[in-house]
Write a protein that binds this ligand. Sequence first.
Ligand SMILES: Cc1ncc(COP(=O)(O)O)c(C=O)c1O
Length: 459
Amino acid sequence: MCEISSAIPLAGIPPARLGTAVKPLGIGWCLSLPFSFAFDRVKSRFTSMSTDAQDSVLSRFSLPDTSGYFGPYGGVFVPETVITALQELTEAYHAARSDAAYLEELRLHLKEFAGRPTELYFASRLTEELGGARIYFKREDLLHTGAHKINNAIGQALLARRMGKKRIIAETGAGQHGVATAAVCAKFGLECVIYMGAVDMERQALNVYRMRLCGAEVRRVDAGQKTLKEAINEAMRDWVTNVRSTHYILGSALGSHPYPMMVRDFHRVIGRETREQILEREGRLPDELVACVGGGSNAIGFFFEFLDDEAVRLVGVEAGGRGIVPGGHAARFEGGRLGVLQGCKTFILQNEDGQIELTHSVSAGLDYAAIGPEHAYYRDRKRIDFTYATDDEVLKAFKICCRTEGIIPALESTHAFVHVMKRAREMSSDQVIVMNMSGRGDKDVQQVAALLGEEAETR
Ligand SMILES: Cc1ncc(COP(=O)(O)O)c(C=O)c1O
C-alpha cells in the first residue's frame, strides 16, 4: 500500500515555522562537542588550519543548523503535539552532552554492558585470497545484543531517565534495534513497547523472542508492506498519544531533528575507536571505509571522524534487492528523489505522484524508502560515495565471509562486504580498506538457509 510522502504519517510543518517550533541552538552549542571528543582537541586542530580547512571543520561540527537542516535535508515535519516533546528532547540532549556525570555514566555502560571498545580485526585470509588491499573489520558485531544499535539505545535510555520518562517505545526492522532497546530497558527498569512489521517478525523470529525474553511487549504491525516504515508509523502514533510519559528511542539517523544528530553522535564512538586503532596498527589512515546504509546510523557514526580526511574515501552501500526496478530494491540514491517521509526531508523512493514506492531487500534492516538526511548532504558534496549490493551478491558473499574468516555477518553488514570484495581486488597490497561489521548474522541463519534451499538444522 502506498502513502503520500509529504503527509506521512503526519502533517508537515513549513520551514518558516521551525524557528518558533524549535528553539534555536547557537553555534557555541554546536561546537561544544559530546563525549570524550573534547572541544580542546578540535580547537587546537582548528586554529592551526588554513581558512578552507577551517570552513570544512566548522561546517561538519555546526551541522545540522539550528532548525535541524543539513543543507536542504532534514528538518522537523511532525504534528503540533510532538513539537514540544522534540524541543524538550533537544534541550535535554544539549544539557546531557555537556554534563560530565551523564557522559561518565554513558561511557561506563558502553564499556561494561555493551562491551566497548570493539576490536579492529585484520581479515588475513580474505586479504590473502583477494590479493589486494589489506582488509580490516570494525567488530560492532561483537557488541552485546549483536549490533551497533546498542550504542544509541544506551545513550537515549539514559536521556529518557534524565527526562523522567519511564515508558520507552521503539520501532524495529531487523530486530537488532528492538533487542538492544529491550535489553537496555530491562537493565534500567523501564517499560518497553516495540513496534515491528508482521513480515519482519516472521523473518526475524529469533529477535522477537529475544525482545520478549527481556520483558518487552512486541506489537505486530499489519498495515501496508508490514515492514519498517509501517512500524515507525505506529510508533509515532503511540508517541503522539502518550508523549508525556513516553520517550521514543528512534533507531537510526532519521526522522525529525534532533534524532539524526543525536543518533549520529551516539554512534561516533565507532569512528573514533577505528581511527585510533588503525593508526596504531598501520601507522596511517585507511584508504577507504565501507559501511552498509539503512537509515544510516552505523555508517555516519563510522565515517564522521574521517570527514575532514579527504584522502580517505567513504563508501555507503545500499540495498539493491532484486535489482534497480521500482519496488525491487531500497537504494534511495538509485532513483529516489527529494521528499518528506516520517518527519524528515531527504531522498525517498517514490513514484511520480509522490506515493512511496514499495521496497525490497533480503535484509530487513536496509528495507526502507528513505535515507538519513546527513547522507544526502554529503553525497551532494561528493564526500560520501554510494553504491548498492543485490540480494544475490549478498547471499554469495555471506557464505564467503563465514568460510574465509569464521565470522557470520548480519545480512545488512554483508552488503558492505560485497563492495569490500570488489574493491580490495582493485587496490594494491600497500592500501588499507576498513569495513564496519555492523552486526552478527545469527538472526539471519534460518532465513539464509531457507533462501539457499538448505537445511539449517543438523541431523
Ligand atoms: C546489523 C545491522 N546493520 C545495519 C543496519 C541498518 O541500520 P543503520 O543504517 O541505521 O545502521 C541494521 C538495521 O537494523 C542492522 O541490524
